[in-house]
Design a protein around this ligand. Structure first.
Ligand code: F6R
Length: 256
């Protein structure tokens, strides 16, 4: 794991944006895994500002709420088109988001996995982290080998996401999410976490044991996982000086 700690979320986001921009310049037809929520919003703004060429980019989003139609204001379809895709020259047919209103959810999850494989796999998966250590919507005790499927949200996640819905009682109980195993097959993972309320989950992910009760901890097994943090999210890490030293002393060829 590479731990990049910056004083602010802005600074961490701008390094992450440069890394994604570099991938788009080096590989004109990359496959990106994308996340929703508050954390990547600034990153999406910055990527829009960079005016990159998205015509040959394919995307797969991590998750969607079950029962929300694509035009529902809280659906992740709506989130992604409003905050990101409509500002890019991306082709609609290259955008993939799990179908929260599929009549046969299991079949649509299997199709999603096939589509990822047919696209050649995910080059770079963007991730946030839940206060309970979830990635995608793989809640604590999710199988670390899981594939795209339906999951039940924990009360904590429904409470955390209630801010988008105007109350936690309005947050759906079920979601479709890429599995932990699906995420782990991405060639590169880039996780962003900002703010004090993520500090405990971040410390457990980076320095705790690998365990299904903390799904993000599996990223310790990923050969190319980069974790971008602001100072508050990093505040509970034990080896913080070491992470700073590693980043500051990088040889030029390894710099972002
Ligand atoms: C969203 C997702 C979730 C979020 C996590 C953090 O697509 O997969 O894992 O990344 O819940 O959400 P925020 O960024 O709102 O704190």
């Amino acid at each position: 794991m590479e731990i990049v700690i910056q004083p602010t979320a802005e600074a961490a986001t701008s390094i992450a944006a440069r890394l994604i921009a570099r991938l788009l310049r080096e590989k004109p037809d990359p496959v990106l895994g994308l996340a929703t929520g508050s954390t990547p919003l600034r990153l999406y703004e910055e990527l829009v500002r960079l005016r990159l060429d998205w015509r040959r980019v394919t995307t797969f989003n991590l998750d969607e709420y079950v029962g929300l139609r694509p035009d529902h204001p809280q659906s992740y379809h709506h989130f992604m088109w409003e905050n990101f895709f409509r500002h890019l020259n991306i082709a609609k047919r290259n955008v993939h988001i799990p179908d929260g209103v599929a009549r046969n959810i299991q079949a649509s999850c299997e199709r999603y996995e096939k589509q990822i494989r047919a696209a050649g796999g995910i080059d770079l998966q963007l991730l946030g982290i839940g206060a309970d250590g979830h990635i995608g919507f793989n809640e604590p005790t999710s199988s670390l080998a899981s594939r795209t499927r339906i999951k039940t949200l924990t009360p904590q996640t429904r409470k955390d996401n209630g801010r988008f819905f105007g109350g936690e009682h309005k947050v759906p109980h079920h979601v479709i999410t890429m599995g932990v195993g699906t995420i782990m097959e991405a060639r590169q993972c880039l996780l962003l976490a900002f703010g004090k309320n993520k500090s405990r989950a971040v410390a457990a992910m980076v320095e705790g044991p690998i365990a299904a009760v903390n799904p993000a901890s599996i990223l310790q097994m990923h050969p190319q996982a980069k974790i971008f943090l602001d100072a508050s999210a990093a505040s509970k890490l034990q080896r913080i000086d070491y992470y700073h030293r590693v980043f500051d002393d990088k040889p030029d060829w390894q710099r972002i």
